[in-house]
Design a binder for this molecule. Structure first.
Ligand code: FAD
Length: 131
């Protein structure tokens, strides 16, 4: 979820987003698998990395984050995974806000799915339809 998303549906709220980077008119941004050409590319990636640490065996680890309007939503892989019920329920418990419970979130967020028929030897896969 991008920064502006939670409040953008409410017309009474105004959201200021500050983003560094060029316009998102780079062709690889608009081709689904093009994110592979956006990561590690100074046109669209900040090219940040961690400091070497003992836990990473002394090597730098790349941190992928987009440098373009639209942020990482512009270069992400468009993979959507449903969250876990117990995480939502824990957030509801921590915040004291019933709206975070799985019971309420599930119908309005990412629980829409269609199961397609697959060859016998394979287990059923869910196809996610998002709008
Ligand atoms: C390569 C890649 C693949 C991904 N694939 C998936 C996926 O398949 N599915 C999924 O759910 N998530 C994916 N993600 C994660 C997802 O895209 C991010 O979690 C989400 O976009 C983060 O949104 P955000 O608004 O918090 O931050 P961002 O979208 O990263 O926005 C931050 C904005 O701030 C700007 N900025 C940073 N520093 C400064 C500064 N100093 N001054 C001004 N502006 C600054 C950046 O340029 C950027 O525009 C992927 C991320 C990457 C990088």
């Amino acid at each position: 979820m991008s920064a502006g998303q939670p409040t953008s549906a409410d017309a009474s709220k105004r959201v200021l987003l500050i983003e560094a980077g060029r316009r998102d008119d780079y062709h690889w941004i608009h081709i689904p698998v093009g994110y592979l050409n956006c990561i590690g590319n100074p046109r669209t990636d900040w090219l940040d990395s961690t400091e070497p640490r003992l836990g990473s065996m002394g090597v730098h680890c790349a941190i992928r984050a987009a440098k373009t309007l639209g942020g990482s939503s512009s270069i992400n892989g468009m993979i959507c995974m449903r969250g876990q019920a117990r995480d939502y329920d824990q957030w509801a418990s921590l915040t004291g806000d019933e709206a975070w419970t799985w019971k309420i979130r599930c119908p309005i967020s990412s629980c829409t799915k269609t199961t397609t028929k697959v060859p016998e030897r394979r287990t059923a896969r869910a196809v996610w339809h998002l709008s």
